[in-house]
Write a protein that binds this ligand. Sequence first.
Ligand code: 13P
Length: 258
Amino acid sequence: MRKPFVAGNWKMNTDIASALALARDIADRIGRLDGIDVAVCPPFVYLHAVADALSSSNIALGAQNVFFQPNGAFTGEISAAMLKDLSCTYVIIGHSERRHVIGETDDLINKKISAAINNGLLPIFCVGELLEQRKAGKTSAVVTEQVKKGLAGLCTERIQAVTIAYEPVWAIGTGINATPEQAQEVHAMIRDLLACLYDKTIASNLRIQYGGSAKPDNTAQLMTQPDVDGLLVGGASLKADDFASMVETAVKIKTGSN
Ligand code: 13P
């Protein structure tokens, strides 16, 4: 039985005051829920303050990116050890905005995943196709290649630290989410691929989140899909009410509890 996992990706939003207020609000509302893992991923510069605001809750802290080198002359970069130092549990790697806006490659993403795991961080590894790739019937090929290249060289023990987030690029920030059936189809394909690359136990234990215009009114339908284990939430995670209600819906659907 996979524990549901909902994470909020705040992207390049908030300021110090609103980041703290949002973290406190989320911690007040859902900071004691059982049966689900919840994380928020603020901008790097607010991690330290948000860690304090979450310290008496069950909400975990995640970063939105990491560099693969341990230290040295890499101006502007942040190492995995630094994130551990700031109490991060998770780190988002390979987000579509980093692939398509910043230009990250599968090879770089692979190095980051490896460095994160080596330092005890749990990667949230993002994959997903562009609209033209979906229209050309290439979704499965694109996602398969991203998964294979991103996880290349990871042994069966280390892969268990990973959560995969399927985020179709055309659904991110557009208000047009993948239908529950579209999400389920790709999640099941990823799980089958993991069974081929590793084994059935690993495939059935690994969590796969959906991301892309997830919001309170589509959470129940998405979470009802058997291979959708959670959500990676962008815009809706900036509103404590919306994020809390999505987390509550997710845990209710997956565990039958309230
Ligand atoms: P939205 O929920 O704003 O579409 O963003 C999804 C996302 O990119 C989460 O990482």
